[in-house]
Write a protein that binds this ligand. Structure first.
Ligand code: PGA
Length: 251
């Protein structure tokens, strides 16, 4: 009943031409992937060109971030949600660990960005995940619970229909060290129970929870086998259309 989502996060890679080439190649490789929502997140500057080439296909476009401000205002260098929509994005990634780490984003920032994005009807992929020292000290669930409750604070049940959660343990991102399907399932189940108590059982049953962190063509099937894993947020392995398509078409 939860439609899987396989999303590719291109991070700060690819110029416009390369982005379009990869998107077009991917579009043709996943044209039969009706079992899953397929999303790619190019850099801001490539959004419009990529979205134009994907029109009419089953691949959707995400932005990698948005402003906390929903209205046009004086925020040099920022891009707000309706501008992303205007550029062809229908999803936005919010609170990725790299933004938390390198751009000082907090749960409050994430919450403000989510609210701004929802105001303009974007689907939010909200990222959470503990780092290695937090996992080793046994605090992973506590950290993730705080990120989930802080990031989603004040959201109504209707808002939650446009929320996708991505659990991305920081120690697994770009390291080649994937969480085991058991570790991922354990945290996904934990997140779903947290949503059941903060929102409702029905909401928890319908929210999609993606796993991210060194997802590759050869480990996606094991991850997707788990009850509470509803898809993946893929970094490195999404940069090449062939490998990302193998992840999408894992079945
Ligand atoms: P990775 O990145 O797949 O390269 O580990 C995942 C992410 O950062 O979303």
């Amino acid at each position: 009943m939860r439609k899987p989502v396989i999303a590719g996060n291109w991070k700060m890679h690819k110029l416009i031409g390369e982005s379009v080439d990869t998107a077009v190649e991917l579009r043709d490789l996943v044209s039969n992937a009706g079992h899953s929502e397929v999303v790619i997140a190019p850099v801001f500057t490539a959004l419009r060109s990529v979205a134009d080439r994907l029109e009419g296909s089953n691949v959707r476009v995400a932005a990698q971030d948005c402003s906390t401000k929903a209205e046009h205002t004086a925020r040099t260098g920022e891009v707000c949600a309706d501008m992303l929509k205007d550029a062809g994005a229908t999803y936005v990634i919010i609170g990725h660990s790299e933004r938390r780490q390198f751009n000082g984003e907090t749960d409050e920032t994430v919450n403000a960005k989510v609210k701004a994005a929802l105001k303009h009807g974007l689907v939010c992929i909200v990222c959470v995940g503990e780092d290695l020292s937090q996992r080793e000290s046994g605090d992973a669930q506590k950290v993730v619970a705080t990120q989930v409750s802080g990031g989603l604070a004040g959201l109504t049940l209707t808002d939650m229909e446009r929320i996708i959660i991505a659990y991305e343990p920081v120690w697994a991102i770009g390291t080649g060290r994937t969480a085991t399907p058991e570790q991922a399932q354990e945290m996904h189940g934990f997140i779903r129970r947290a949503i059941a108590s903060s929102h409702s059982k029905e909401c928890a049953d319908s929210v999609r929870i993606l796993y991210g962190g060194s997802v590759k063509p050869d480990n996606i099937a094991d991850l997707m086998d788990r009850e509470d894993i509803d898809g993946a947020l893929v970094g490195g392995a999404s940069l090449e259309a062939g490998s990302f398509a193998s992840i999408v078409n894992y079945r």
